[in-house]
Structures are given as C-alpha cells and as structure tokens.
Write a protein that binds this ligand. Structure first.
Ligand SMILES: *Cc1c(COP(=O)(O)O)cnc(C)c1O
Length: 457
C-alpha cells in the first residue's frame, strides 16, 4: 500500500529548511488596508511607526510587494534549536475515528515556550538587537508570547520588559517564573510605573487588567525609554511573515510525499499561526495554481470573523495604537471567561480579514466544552497534551474527518497544532469538574461593543 510509505512524522533535514519567509501580500490583488494614525486618520508612515517599532520590522510591515524575505543566518541558527517542526500523520486518530480521511498536523509546541510564538519572537528580537537597541517591551495575557519573547531576548542578551495582565500574573505564577528564568522583568498590569496604568488604577481600583491595557502600558514605556521599542506577538503583517515558516515547512514535507491537502484548518486569535500555516497554500490559490479549503476556527465566546464587522478599529483599549482595518468585535468587547487565552483578542490580522472578506477563507466558531472534548480525544490517541487554543483546530479537523466517514471521501486534512497545554491544567480541571461555561455573547452585547468603533469609513 502506497500510503504506508508516509511515516508518522515527516521531518525535513536542516538543509531542507526554508531560507526565506514568504510574504502572502505580494500575491493578493486586494491588499490589506494600511494602519492609520489615530489622530490624523492618514496611513501611518514609516517614520511614525519607527518611534514604536524597530526600523527593519517597519519595512516588513509596510511591504505589500516583495514575495520573499531572506531569513538572517542568526535566526536560522536559532530555529535549528527547535525546528524543523514535525509534520505528523495522525494515524492513531484516523484509526480511532474510523475515517477514510488522512489527517496531518504541524506541531509547533516543541520548544520551552510551548507554542509557535517563538518563530516571530526571535525574529523581532534579532532586528531590535541589529538596530543597536537595549531592549524591548511587550504585553502578555496568558503568557505564551511573553515566554517566547523572554527566550529570544535571553538568547540575544536584550533586556525584555513584559507587562502581564494582572489576573494571569496572579493565576499563572509558573509562566511568570519561566519568563524570569530567561531574564525578563515581569510587571503586573495595570501598574503604577506608567501614566496610563496609574490612570486606569485610579478609575478602576482593584481591576485585574486586560490585554488592551497592558498593550497601552508597554507602548508607553517603549516610546519614553531611549533604546527601547515595542514588539507584538500576533495580528501585525510582520508577524504573519515570520510565521510563514510553519506553512513553508509543512508544504515542503507534504510535497516530499506528493500529498496535497484538501482542507487546511487553524485556530484564529490574532491570526498569526493560521496566516503562517496557510501562506504558501493560499499563495497558490491566489495565483490560480491550486485550490484548497481554508477554515479559521474561533471560540464562540469571541467570534471575531463570524460575528464581527470589517471596519477600522483600535488594537488596544487605551486607544493609543494605530487603527487597523480588520474584522473586529470592538476594542471594548470583553469576552466572557474562556480558557483559550490566546484567542480572546477582539480583532484579527488585516491580511486574514481581507482574504475572508474576499471569500478565500471560511470561518467557524466552536463552543468551549466541545473543544476540550476534542482535546482529550486527541490526547488519548496521539499522546500530545494540546493547548486549548490549538484544540479549536483539532475539533474542526475531527468534524471534517467524521464527514468523510459518512461520505467515504479520502480527503487530506491538515491542521495546525500550535502548542501544548501544560500551563492550562486549571482549564482542564474545570472541564473535568463540569464547571466550564459555554457563554456566547448576545447580539445586543456585540452590537453595544461595535457601537463604540471609531467612525473612519
Ligand atoms: C497565541 C496562541 C494562539 C493564537 O494566536 P494567533 O496569533 O491567532 O496564532 C494559538 N495557539 C497558541 C498555542 C497560542 O499561544
């Protein structure tokens, strides 16, 4: 049987690893909308962006035309510590589901930070160092991004200041300590050390913080400290560029065995892993060379693509960051308690938003308890303890495989397994104890948050 030739894990050799990132925007005829200056509502210029971000990263952010960017040697060397990431043929899951579908997943949890975020963290830290900066600031919610950035900065000897949403800081002390192992300083947000933090604390004493507020604090410190810039772990075009390494490796591995996926599935928070996974495949679709079905999966508690609007909005609650045109639920939308911390952002990458608006991609929202059921079904046969975020993609992959069982179709399904769930065991505990909620926001709640969108277009 020919299919027996496909191993459980398809690895690339070091020599086969991609030497360039792929910029999907180069193949889009409708380019993603530019970031706008919140004061003037004009497109942000490179000079304006460079007060906040590293210069080289600003070039990447604004470049809609160059299809490939060389990955600097130092970043490639760092990648070799944990890449190539395996592409796994989920034989055991297929067997369990008794499906004729062939399921593949790209596993990005094989590093200490436990997710794909390290792929962009090392790139952003590298360009900060190359520019001669002393350090970077950022925010972290659940902690994956902060951990990844701490590792990258520790490796390069850059200072790393992380504003961690206060409730996570208190509830996830282990994540915090991992960041400190790598030399980062971690401040609970809102804090007394920034103007915006003091203002929020005065207005809302006892608040446990939010991602949007932590972003505002990190930006304030970066802009006011010589030798510092701000870095962000998702949403931005540059982050999707760096994450294209996921899709490029996956495609190379599948091409080795002549496998063409029919359906490609990824979870979508700010859109970086999904944008990276689908990039080379979407490029083929945009150029008319091949066709694929792409499915973005989001939590029903934060249904950005499926129930949001395609509009200009703020990326942060402090409303100091540039405006991005994206599917959004409104920057003041507060998702209910959901354990997929990485999927709770109110907006979505401008690239993915444009592709979705143009009909190149589908989106589904799924309920939390079903996500955890799928996570356990997967863990018990494939071994890996998945992150709650990643498990959104697992659920939809299982659903698609079950459809194949009914129709007898032998579809090739590829999904992104973005990370591991060792720091999410409180969520698993809630699931086991039957204490997990499935709250879905009402139309009125979403309308109320959308009503506060800035009037731009
Ligand atoms: C952050 C995170 C996500 C979501 O972020 P994207 O930018 O949408 O990829 C998904 N999975 C894991 C494990 C994460 O840490």
């Amino acid at each position: 049987m020919a299919e027996n030739k496909i191993p459980y894990k398809i690895y690339l050799t070091e020599d086969e690893m991609p030497r360039q990132w792929y910029n999907l925007r180069a193949d889009m005829s409708n380019k993603p909308a530019p970031l706008l200056n919140p004061g003037t509502l004009q497109p942000m210029t490179a000079a304006e962006l460079e007060t906040v971000f590293c210069a080289e990263l600003v070039q990447q952010e604004l470049d809609n035309d160059t299809p490939y960017f060389d990955i600097p040697q130092e970043i490639r060397d760092f990648y070799k510590m944990y890449r190539p990431a395996p592409l796994v043929r989920a034989y055991c899951l297929e067997e369990k589901l008794q499906t004729p579908a062939k399921i593949y997943y790209k596993f990005e949890g094989n590093n200490t930070s436990g997710s794909h975020k390290l792929n962009s963290a090392i790139a952003q830290a590298y360009y900060a160092k190359a520019q001669g900066l002393k350090g970077v600031t950022t925010e972290t919610g659940a902690g994956q991004w902060g951990t990844a950035l701490s590792m990258a900065c520790g490796y390069l000897g850059l200072d790393c200041q992380v504003f961690m949403v206060k409730c996570s800081y208190e509830q996830k002390p282990f994540r915090r300590e991992v960041m400190r192992v790598y030399g980062a300083s971690v401040t609970p947000s809102p804090s007394e050390i920034t103007q915006v933090g003091r203002k929020i604390l005065a207005e809302f004493p006892g608040t446990t913080g939010s991602l949007g507020c932590a972003i505002s604090e990190a930006v304030e410190v970066a802009v006011n400290t010589p030798g510092y810039r701000y870095v962000l772990g998702s949403v931005l075009n540059q982050v999707l560029l760096h994450q294209s390494i996921i899709g490029l490796e996956a495609k190379l591995a599948l091409d080795k065995y002549g496998v063409k996926p029919d359906i490609i599935i990824g979870c979508a928070g700010g859109g970086s892993n999904l944008g990276g996974l689908i990039a080379p495949f979407m490029g083929e679709k945009l150029r008319g060379e091949a066709d694929y079905r792409f499915i973005a999966v989001e939590p029903a508690s934060c249904p950005t693509l499926t129930r949001g609007e395609y509009r200009y909005d703020f990326c942060d609650t402090g409303m100091v960051c540039p405006l991005a045109k994206m599917y959004t639920l409104g920057s003041c939308f507060m998702p209910s308690a959901d354990h997929a911390g990485g999927l709770r952002f109110h907006g979505m990458s401008s690239i993915l938003s444009q592709l979705y608006a143009d009909g190149y991609m589908e989106a589904q929202s799924v309920r939390q308890t079903e996500v955890f059921q799928a996570a356990e079904e997967f863990a018990r046969v494939e071994g890996i303890l998945p992150a709650p975020e990643s498990s959104h993609a697992i659920l939809v992959a299982i659903n698609e495989a079950k459809k194949c069982q009914e129709t007898g179709e032998e579809k090739n399904i590829l999904f992104g397994l973005t990370g591991t769930g060792y720091f999410d065991l409180v969520a698993y505990e809630k699931f086991h104890n039957g204490e997990m909620s499935n709250y879905i926001p009402s139309d009125a709640e979403i309308a109320a948050a959308l009503a506060s969108l800035p009037k731009v277009d």
